[in-house]
Design a protein around this ligand. Structure first.
Ligand code: CA
Length: 306
């Protein structure tokens, strides 16, 4: 299907921590893949380790991208990463910019997650709490692997400590020193829109009492968790989606950082239950159009290209 508002390059969707493609048929990108496909886009939700470092997940992502390029015959892909998926996408784009037309961070902890910092304080390395938390994470990840119905491939490794380290403010600062593409140079600012031929974008939401806790979220457990998690925030207290701070999410061109969406709403979870008046799917559809316009602008810059 040809559609002038759909990107020509395939869209590769990268999930966050404890990510999946489909659990017993239930999709991570609820209603999003379908909406993008209706628009005419080629969409590939992929799986990487549910719990591991952004670098290891990024290496796995490079393999997925190579597969999509082979299958579609495309020259490049657009990467859209939710949460830690954004860091994995940034890693892949840093190593293989020639494969990547754009990286879009959706509620990505591009400067770390204060929730991860809190958990590290609560359960320091070597403590009993840390061992219990790691056990729980491994168990959840194993269960998810059993229930996964959208992935066919080898079993993916799990490393709880590496995942935790990849999400703290200090851990992401070390990651950023190695892979700084698209990062703002000032706190709360925007980053370069294009680095090494790769365009960088981001959007995120914040908890907004009276809005994000109404509508479908009245019935949604994850929203309650986000409200509890938000209490662990200090630097961005009152300005987070429950897991990632508003300014921490900034990367490249900031499309918006205060949409009324919690960390799960932003990928339309659960079952499309979101706050009053929120439209997370619409943000993806509008972004696909934006990516297409950027593709057209790049094509227009090439004098030999018709
Ligand atoms: Ca929700």
């Amino acid at each position: 299907m040809s559609n002038s508002s759909a990107p020509r390059y395939p869209l590769v969707l990268v999930p966050g921590l404890l990510g999946f493609i489909r659990l017993l048929g239930y999709p991570y990108w609820f209603g999003i893949v379908a909406a993008l496909r209706r628009q005419g886009a080629k969409v590939f939700p992929v799986l990487v380790s549910a719990v591991h470092s952004s670098e290891v997940r990024g290496e796995q992502l490079l393999e997925r991208i190579a597969q999509v390029l082979r299958e579609t015959g495309a020259d490049k892909v657009h990467l859209i990463g939710h949460s830690q998926g954004a860091l994995s996408a940034r890693y892949a784009a840093a190593l293989k910019p020639e494969w990547v037309a754009s990286v879009t961070s959706v509620a990505g902890p591009n400067h770390g997650s204060e929730l991860a910092d809190f958990l590290q304080r609560l359960a320091p390395q070597g403590s009993l709490r840390e061992r219990l938390l790691a056990l729980l994470m491994r168990w959840v990840a194993r269960c998810m692997a059993w229930l996964e119905t959208g992935y066919r491939g080898p079993r993916l490794p799990i490393d709880v400590a590496a995942a935790q380290q990849s999400l703290t403010t200090a851990g992401v600062a070390a990651f950023n020193a190695r892979y700084p593409q698209g990062l703002p140079t000032t706190w709360g600012g925007e980053g370069a829109e294009e680095v090494d031929g790769v365009r960088y974008y981001s959007w995120s939401g914040t908890l907004q009492p009276g809005i994000t806790d109404r509508g479908g979220n009245r019935l949604d457990g994850p929203n309650l968790f986000c409200r509890l998690f938000a209490r662990s925030f200090r630097r961005e207290a009152g300005h987070c989606d429950g897991m990632v701070g508003r300014y921490s999410s900034h990367l490249g061109k900031v499309i918006g950082d205060d949409f009324p969406l919690d960390h799960f709403d932003i990928v339309n979870q659960s079952f499309g239950l979101v706050g009053k008046g929120a439209d997370p799917v619409g943000l993806f559809v509008a972004h696909a159009r934006r990516l297409r316009e950027a593709e057209d602008a790049v094509a227009g810059r090439r004098p030999a290209c018709r």
